[in-house]
Ligand binder design. Structure first.
Ligand SMILES: *Cc1c(COP(=O)(O)O)cnc(C)c1O
Length: 690
């Protein structure tokens, strides 16, 4: 049966085909690999194909898979009986092993999963403090109990689920979620709610949003502030415990012995691959649990003899040499991964916490270290998808999500590491071929700002054809400088107190020198006003927007442009004349005819315009219309070429006069057409789609 068929069969009877969501490959795509067996650094799929494994059952396989001594211990325990529902010496032995390594865990209670351990730790903290609230950090994962699912990492980080359905608002409201590594936010939360916070739960080194080590002093700050406010500190070492060192993260960081939390949770390695987890802490806290204390907790299979046997065997075997070899393997592999990605030009960042490491993908993490969940989420997971599948193809099983740590074991010897390293270059190349995520276009339109000039294209006249950004700018302006081409109707959008200046009516009439307009723009901006230069059509089509821009720049005034809908195409459009039309015209040329073809001041090549077979759109050519039309015909344009002139486009008085290039000037004069008007010459002017 192919992987696909097995998965389909699984999906028939198991939701999503899996017993835990991240296994479904949702974040990397494709079909999950069904595993039949595992040994040392390898897992084997149901077709017998071997993979060098970097999942390690998500952490437990510290010694490698199916270590013979661990398997033997479990087999021996199984032969003695699977479960008794009564105390066993094996539990005592495992608790003693834990306490030897982590003396701050004076007493230990066994449960079956990490979820149970954290859930119980929370209940215990509430019972001990008689307070309701819990603080957790975004991106930290503490299992799937209701109150701890808010902004959790791990599977939730990639499932795209904001949290979980089925968690009541009341339960979620008891959890305050803060950014990781942010002592300021922590202090603020305690200032406001300090007397109601039962506990802060943290991953003392976060590894469920990718690997995010604590900033120096962060864990110490947690200890201080919780102690000061009488709240408990819970170190969730389900992942880091007995993995990053003999005494977990606590053992790595606790050099000053100032860092003892009130509770630990352990899981994963402590059960050696069997369902076993634990919580531990000072006797004064732990003795609040039933049967000694009032906080109830129980479990039919808790402290199960097979699980405790696996835990004892694993912890007994996990000596300093094991940790040294896992550390060395992690250092070597993370360096090789970084080098391969570097060589392929893949933007990335490798982050470490002890022997745990992960890769963050994309420009954002490459630019600065990832310190919290928001930064972790800024990575580009598509690069990982490509990398993941190329590695899988090459026989290396990575965690199927960019938000998970890579797990090494003492069984990852030189041969295994060399095997993994051999696949890295092709996987890095696959990641390099992924194009960077297109940058999101800002959805906030530009705003008029104090001391700034906004050059706003007003469109052809109808306020409905002003852009939303232009309308916003106009509504915020302190001063609006407009002229006779600007759509007057839209001036109503300006706020009541705004100063409206008709720069077309300044002394010397319509022909206000551009220098005067520039000077006014600069003066108003210097006075700290929001200045809008409101123009017709588009700012940069035939207006003198370019000069205004330059003048502001030269004066050191910030200036922005808000393009408008140009009249060159919108006026013909409103009149039902397309400027291009398949079969009639494959292009259009827009010219200004403020001087005509016979004027020595015209810089246009009128011979070319007469014969280039594109639609000709003429702006500022009402006075020169007779000269333009005659000039085109004398330079070779067919005299029967259709032509139309559109008058006062987008206003209620809009009118269209149609004819040919030889008759239009006469017809327009008879119709009394004055500026502003736009002429279209070419086959399209013979169409009337309106
Ligand atoms: C895995 C994990 C848990 C949950 O443990 P389960 O055994 O999956 O319930 C809790 N906390 C952390 C930090 C973990 O990594």
């Amino acid at each position: 049966m192919s992987m696909r068929e097995q998965f389909e069969r699984a999906c028939e009877v198991i939701p999503g085909g899996v017993s835990s969501p991240v296994r479904a490959f949702g974040s990397v795509g494709g079909t999950p690999v069904f595993i039949a067996s595992a040994a040392g650094p390898r897992v084997f799929d149901t077709d017998g194909r071997a993979y060098l494994d970097l999942v390690g059952s998500w952490g437990p396989a510290l010694l490698g898979h199916a270590h013979p001594d661990v398997v033997a211990a479990v087999q021996a325990a199984a032969a003695r009986g699977l479960s008794f529902g009564a105390p066993t010496l094996a539990e005592v032995e495992l608790a003693e092993l834990i306490r030897t390594r982590v003396p701050a865990a004076e007493k230990v209670r066994f449960v079956s999963t990490g979820t149970e351990a954290t859930m119980t730790a929370i209940r215990l903290a509430r019972g001990a403090t008689q307070r309701p609230l819990i603080v957790k950090f975004a991106g930290c994962y503490h299992g799937h109990s209701d109150g701890l699912l808010a902004a959790a990492g791990s599977g939730l980080a990639t499932a795209g689920q904001p949290g979980s359905a089925g968690v009541t608002a009341a339960a979620a409201a008891q959890t305050l979620v803060l950014p990781y590594n942010d002592t300021t936010a922590l202090a603020a939360a305690f200032d406001r709610h300090g007397d109601r916070i039962a506990a802060v739960i943290t991953e003392p080194a976060a590894a469920n949003m990718g690997v995010v080590p604590p900033a120096p002093g962060f864990n110490a700050a947690l200890r201080q502030i919780t102690a000061k406010h009488g709240a408990l500190l819970i170190f969730d070492e389900v992942l880091t415990g007995f993995r990053v060192g003999p005494a977990g993260w606590w053992g790595l960081e606790n050099t000053a012995a100032e860092l003892d939390p009130d509770l630990f949770t352990f899981g994963k390695v402590v059960g050696g691959g069997m369902p076993l987890a634990a919580l531990g802490g000072p006797a004064a806290v732990m003795d609040l649990l039933a049967p000694l204390g009032p906080v109830y907790q129980a479990g039919t299979l808790s402290g199960n003899p097979l699980a405790t046997a696996a835990g004892i065997a694993t912890l007994t075997l996990a000596d300093d040499a094991v940790y040294a070899s896992v550390d060395a393997a992690a250092a070597r592999l993370s360096t090789s991964v970084g080098a391969a990605l570097e060589a392929a030009g893949v933007p990335h960042r490798v982050q470490h916490a002890g022997s745990l490491f992960s890769v963050f993908w994309g420009e954002a993490p490459a630019a600065e270290p990832v310190r919290n969940y928001a930064q972790a989420q800024a990575q580009d997971p598509r690069r990982y998808q490509a990398f993941f599948h190329a590695m899988l193809e090459g026989g290396v099983a990575l965690p199927p999500s960019a938000f998970e740590a890579w797990f090494l074991s003492a069984a990852h010897d030189d041969e295994a590491l060399t095997g993994i390293e051999a696949v890295l270059p092709q996987a890095a190349e696959a990641a390099a071929r992924v194009r960077p995520e297109p940058r999101p276009v800002p959805v906030t339109p530009p705003k008029a700002a104090k001391g700034m000039v906004s050059l706003v294209g007003g469109g052809p006249g109808d306020p409905g054809l002003l852009t939303l950004a232009g309308a916003d700018c106009l509504a915020e302006a302190d001063v609006v400088l407009y002229d006779h081409l600007a759509p007057y109707e839209s001036l109503q959008l300006a706020r009541p107190g705004a100063e409206l200046v008709d720069v077309g009516k300044l002394p010397r009439g319509e022909f206000t020198p551009q220098e005067d307009i520039n000077r006014l723009l600069i003066e108003h901006a210097r006075a700290g006003k929001r200045v809008v230069r409101f123009k017709g059509g588009d700012v940069f089509v035939f207006g003198r927007g370019g000069e205004e821009w330059e003048a502001c720049n030269a004066a050191g005034i910030p200036v922005q442009i808000i393009p408008g809908v140009t009249s060159a195409t919108s006026a013909p459009g409103l009149a039902g004349i397309p400027v291009t039309h398949r079969g009639l015209s494959q292009g259009f040329t827009v010219v200004s005819a403020h001087v005509g073809p016979e004027s020595p001041r015209s810089t246009l090549n009128w011979e070319a315009l007469a014969t280039n077979a594109t639609t000709l759109v003429v702006l500022m050519g009402v006075k020169t219309l007779p000269e333009v039309c005659a000039g085109l015909v004398s330079r070779g344009m067919d005299a029967s070429t259709p032509a139309a002139i559109i008058h006062k486009a987008a206003s209620p008085d809009m009118g269209v006069v149609r004819g040919t290039v030889s008759t239009l000037a006469q017809l327009a004069a008879e119709a009394g057409i004055t500026a502003p008007a736009i002429t279209v010459i070419g086959a399209v002017a013979g169409l009337d789609l309106a």
